[in-house]
Design a protein around this ligand. Structure first.
Ligand SMILES: *[C@@H]1O[C@H](CO)[C@@H](O)[C@H](O)[C@H]1NC(C)=O
Length: 273
């Protein structure tokens, strides 16, 4: 991305600042330094996308925080689950710093996030230090705080994720290959994987629930160039991971309207969480 060289300079400055701070005022800054380096730096990014038609099938009672309940404005296709820093060995760092989520920091992104990174559930999410919070709080505290040094603050985490999501439009790639939301069709998993490979020159990971695609995960090097999600022997020749939870034929359920339009409780009623 165009702003990367700038980032490298900023990162160098930040390291220098932390280095100086850790010697000069250890009582104040020593703790932050230790936390930031407790878990080693991640190897690559995974962009987890959720297929709203599948996840929304789990909504049986509506609430204002669940985008599945927005009636005809409910999301369709893939929405963002999160951008997750991962290690090549299949593990990942989590909850890397004590940087609590602050909704004010992303106020300018709020509308865009509501549309493309909505919560598809009525439950509140766990945050890193024993609390409960917004879906966004969970993603930032658990994963975002581990994306240092590529992403260094909350605003940058959400903006970067949105940019990657806009650039790699999986919903559009699948639609162009004929894989459209449907409550009756089944599609070959291999065909879906090939469509992504042809478009982005990298192999995604798929997660299914009861034969329906629930998540599609795209992987990126730290400079956001696409890479395969699984490297090495755990991937088979045809691109199907042996650990895939998906059958050979999968569905991409269309959204079934929930909320005011089909007689469910009007949105503001069930919000006492
Ligand atoms: C992705 O493509 C779909 C289908 O062409 C379109 O409706 C949607 O707005 C696009 N999403 C983004 C985030 O650009």
């Amino acid at each position: 991305m165009a702003y990367l060289p700038n980032k490298i300079v900023l990162f160098a400055l930040q390291i220098l600042a932390l280095f100086i701070a850790s010697f000069s005022i250890p009582g104040i800054c020593g703790r932050a330094v230790v936390e930031a380096h407790k878990q080693r730096e991640f190897d690559y990014f995974l962009l987890a996308l959720q297929w709203s038609g599948t996840v929304c099938q789990r909504t049986h009672h509506c609430c204002s925080s669940n985008a599945c309940c927005r009636g005809s404005n409910a999301p369709t296709g893939f929405t963002i689950h999160g951008l997750w820093p991962d290690y090549n060995d299949g593990t990942w760092p989590a909850c890397c710093t004590h940087s609590d989520f602050d909704i004010k920091e992303i106020s300018t992104l709020r509308n865009t996030l509501e549309k493309y990174w909505p919560s598809l559930s009525c439950s509140s999410a766990s945050t890193c230090h024993g609390g409960k919070g917004l879906f966004w709080a969970h993603e930032w505290e658990k994963h975002g705080t581990c994306s240092f040094p590529v992403v260094r603050d909350e605003y940058e985490y959400f903006l970067t994720t949105l940019n990657v999501y806009f650039k790699y439009n999986v919903t559009a790639v699948l639609a162009e290959a004929g894989y459209l939301p449907s409550n009756s069709e089944k599609y070959p998993l291999g065909g879906i994987i090939s469509a992504i490979q042809n478009a982005f020159h990298s192999t995604p990971l798929l997660v299914c629930s009861h034969g329906a695609i629930e998540e599609l995960r795209l992987c990126f090097h730290k400079d956001f160039k696409p890479r395969d999600c699984v490297i090495g022997s755990s991937i088979e020749v045809d691109g199907l991971s042996s650990k895939s939870s998906c059958p050979i034929y999968v569905s991409l359920p269309a959204h079934v309207s929930l909320g005011p339009e089909n007689g469910e409780s009007p949105v503001p009623v069930a919000t006492s969480k």
